[in-house]
Structures are given as C-alpha cells and as structure tokens.
Design a binder for this molecule. Structure first.
Ligand SMILES: Cc1ncc(COP(=O)(O)O)c(C=O)c1O
Length: 480
C-alpha cells in the first residue's frame, strides 16, 4: 500500500498536544498523540508521516525519542513502512467498519418502544402527501395513454427541477436534468460511468456512509480529507489532496454536510473548484440537505462553476419514501446516464413523479415548515445532551438533520451496541469514516419529536454510565 498524501513535521507538530503535560516518557506521549489523531480522523490512514529527523527537529526532541515513538506506533499497528514510500499511518488489522448497515435487520413492525436514531430523515409532513397523491392521480389520464417509460424522467418534473436551479442562479434546461430514485441513485449512476477500478475519489471525512459504500461498490479508492474541527472544509488540505492524488472524482457536501451540518462558505468552494479544474477532477456536489438551512443559504456550487455535477432529492425536505431525486449535469452526460440507467431500471414511477412535480410548486413553503419543525427538535437535543451528558461535546449545526457529538472516549460502537439493548438505535461514528476511525464520534439525528429525543438521551445516560465504568474507556480502539 503506497502513501496517498503526506504531512510535514511542522503541520504534525501543530496538531499534537503538549507532549510534556502527561506523566511518562515523551516518546509514549508522542505515540499516543499520533494514535489519537488517526482515530479521530484528523490524520487519515495512508498519510505519510515526516521522517524521524524532520519530526524531531519540528518538535525540538531527540531523534531517538521520535524513533521510539514510531517503533511503538508500528508495534501497535498504527504505522507501516515500505521501502520507497516511508512510514505511513494505518489502523490495526481487523479495524474496518462493516461495509453496509442492515437497517432492515434492525426493524420490526412492533418495535413501538424503540427510538430509531439510525437515519437522518423525517417522517412525511402531515396531510401533504395524501392530498398531493389524490391531485396527482386525477392528472394521470394523459400519461396512461403512453407506455410510461421515461428513463430520463417525466418532462414535467425535469422542467420543475430545472426551473428551481434557474431560480437559484444556476441557469438550467430540462435536458440537463435526470430524474433518479433519490440522490444516492444519481451518485451511483455517475460513479458507474465516471470511475473504474482503483480510481481515486476524494470525500470529506466524515461523510455519508451510503456514498462511501457506493464508491467502494464501484471499485473506487476512497481518499478522505478531514473536515476542519470547527466545521467546514480544510481548503489547503483538500487542494493538496486533489493535486497529490489526481483524483477522478470529488464527492462533496458543502450544504449542511451529513453528519456535521456544516455549511461551506462560497470563497472556500471557489478555491477548491479552481484546483479541481486544474487537476481534471469531476466535482459531484450532494445537495440533499440544501433546503434545510437554519440561517442564510450559500450560493449554489454550480453557480460558482457550471461544470459541477449536482445531485439532489426530495427525501430530506419532503419524505424519503417518495424516492424522488435528480442530477444536474451537461446534456451530453445526462443522455449517457439515461442510456446507462436502462440497463438497471427503465425509469421512475410515473405517479410519484407527478406527485413530485406538484410538490415543487410549493417547495419553499414545505421547506420553511420543515425548518420550523427541526429547530426546536435540534434545540431540545442539544439541551438534553448539555444537561444529561455534559462531557459530550456538540456544536449547534447550521442546517441538516443531525448533530455530530464528540465523546470523551473512543466508544461509539460499544455505545451503539448497548444502546440497542436499551431501545435506542444509533449508527456509530466509524460508519462515517473509511477505516474504522472516528470511534470518538456519534451522529445523533434530530428528526424525531422533541420528547422522543429527550427520552433517547435519558436512555443513553444509563448506557454511557455502564460503559464509562466498564474499563472499556481505557481501550484505544474499539470497532465492531
Ligand atoms: C448526504 C446524503 N446524500 C444522499 C442521501 C440519500 O438520499 P436519497 O433518499 O435521496 O437517496 C442521504 C441520506 O441520508 C444523505 O444523507
């Protein structure tokens, strides 16, 4: 395995805590510091570490101390070396997260006391869909006279999606829109067309697990770039990674990123897009959450660079059960994707697309209702965590449907396993990473009513106490 990117001595020194503040030998503090950075996803696996001499000089330590730390990291499985590619960080064998998350195994019809926080998506808005489906059914007549196969999507819906992009300052013709069965379907189609085995795909770290799985399933090699600890992109690092890896595709979620809820400023997007143009990387922006911002929205990424491909969906502002998404690209790419699609399915259901076209007429109003629903739910969850689990750290997100909580110990997986027994279904932080790291994080969606969220936190308090007293907190890496 060759190193994908490298970190310099100064940059690593900046990330490390004070190595003299804890008891014990300095080499052990250095090894612990690097391990923590790897486990938290601050240094991604396959990153090449500086030479022992360079790091010793940056930290003002003897070379022997750094050698001892590297030896210790190597012995614990966090460092590997190969002639020609130096020493690069890795995780101990067997740390990979399970590649797919079997929601269907977790659910049964009579699980009424189970609080399901495994999904960042809302129940359907009350009354809206039955009324809209009724209206759509009354308009179905003309469609029934044709064969019903529209691989690129019903014209009326393609027009509605294009009009919405145009209203957001992204001039779009209907033939630049492909209607898909959700945004993940759109991403998968793109990956099928754009990447081959071993092609590199840059993603944020953490990132949406479904997208990471889609990249893997299409043979792509994930190149994750850590998000900034305070939220948003680390622009320099993203640019350096694009340059170093010649990535084929970058999959990015600058609008209320799942799971952190971060919104990336237009200036940062512009910088990254400029570099991606230079490196010939196709940027795919996922706008699944774009309508669910709690403050001022940012300019659309495709306004900054019309070459960007956008995927979006009604799943988050309206309902995931609709299975209506879209993709905006060049007309030529849309034609090729529609042709590719016909080898998998012949198009989306007509009735659902008519429903979606009607929903687009009221999408601003629907999204505003969703935000009015989400803000008090978010606040109730933040408050409950602050009151009941004060050693967990959460940042109030700028949009989206989830919090990204930072735990005081890397216990996300055992926490989720015990929580399931206490009737709370959660997905551990490591599912949002690529290699079993991020165990100190937990995604907490606030899609449920406030009282259910508060009840979930109360159940988690008992689980957390059990874990905290179990001695597991002292273990360095726990991945299912
Ligand atoms: C960032 C992101 N993209 C895509 C999806 C998939 O959504 P869809 O239902 O549109 O396929 C999700 C679902 O959680 C998501 O969080």
């Amino acid at each position: 395995m060759a190193a994908l990117s490298r970190i310099g001595g100064r940059a690593l020194a900046d990330l490390l805590p004070d190595l003299h503040s804890t008891p014990g030998p300095v080499y052990a503090s250095l090894a612990r510091g690097v391990t923590a950075l790897v486990l938290d996803g601050r240094i991604v696996t396959e990153t090449r570490l500086p030479s022992e001499r360079e790091l010793a000089s940056a930290l003002g330590l003897s070379r022997a101390t750094v050698t001892a730390a590297y030896d210790s990291l190597r012995a614990d499985g966090f460092l590997a070396s190969r002639t020609g590619s130096g020493s690069y960080v890795t995780v101990p064998a067997g740390s990979e997260p399970r590649p797919s998350f079997a929601r269907w195994k977790l659910r049964t019809e009579d699980d009424t006391d189970v609080i399901d926080l495994s999904c960042g998506a809302l129940a359907a808005p009350p009354n809206l869909l039955p009324a809209t489906v009724g209206e759509a059914a009354s308009r179905l007549g003309p469609y029934l006279l044709g064969d019903g196969y529209e691989p690129a999507g019903l014209p009326v819906l393609r027009e509605a999606v294009a009009a919405r992009f145009t209203a957001r300052n992204v001039p779009t013709r209907p033939d630049q829109v492909l209607v898909t069965n959700g945004s993940l379907h759109g991403l998968d189609l793109l990956l099928r067309l754009l990447i081959g085995p071993g092609d590199r795909v840059v993603t944020e770290l953490p990132s949406y697990p479904g997208a990471l799985d889609a990249v893997r399933a299409n043979g792509g090699r994930l190149v994750p770039v850590p998000m900034a600890p305070e939220g948003g992109w680390q622009v320099d690092q993203l640019q350096a990674t694009l340059r170093q890896t010649a990535a084929r595709v970058a999959y990015l979620t600058p609008d209320f990123h799942n799971p952190t809820g971060a919104l990336v400023p237009a200036a940062d997007r512009r910088e990254v897009l400029r570099t991606a143009r230079q490196t010939g990387t196709t940027v795919v922006v996922d706008e699944s959450f774009v309508d669910l911002g709690f403050g001022v929205a940012e300019r659309a990424t495709a306004e900054l660079d019309p070459g960007v491909i956008t995927v979006g969906s009604l799943s988050k502002p309206v309902w995931g059960g609709l299975r209506i998404g879209w993709l905006r690209a060049s007309t030529d790419l849309v034609h090729r994707l529609a042709a590719l699609r016909t080898s998998i399915d012949m198009g989306g259901p007509v009735l659902d697309q008519v429903v979606a076209a009607l929903l687009f007429e009221r999408i601003d109003e629907i999204a505003a209702d969703r935000i009015r629903q989400l803000v008090p739910q978010r606040d109730a969850l933040v408050r409950a965590i602050a009151d009941e689990l004060p050693d967990w750290r959460v940042t109030v997100p700028q949009g989206g449907i989830s919090l990204w909580a930072e735990l005081p110990a890397p216990l996300s997986t055992p926490l989720c396993m015990l929580a399931a027994q206490a009737g709370v279904v959660l997905v551990p932080g490591s599912r949002f990473g690529v290699d079993g790291t991020l165990e100190r994080f937990l995604r907490l969606p606030f899609a449920l009513p406030a009282e259910r969220l508060v009840e979930a936190v109360q159940r988690l308090v008992g689980v957390w106490r059990q874990l905290d007293g179990s001695g597991l907190a002292a273990r360095q890496l726990v991945v299912a």
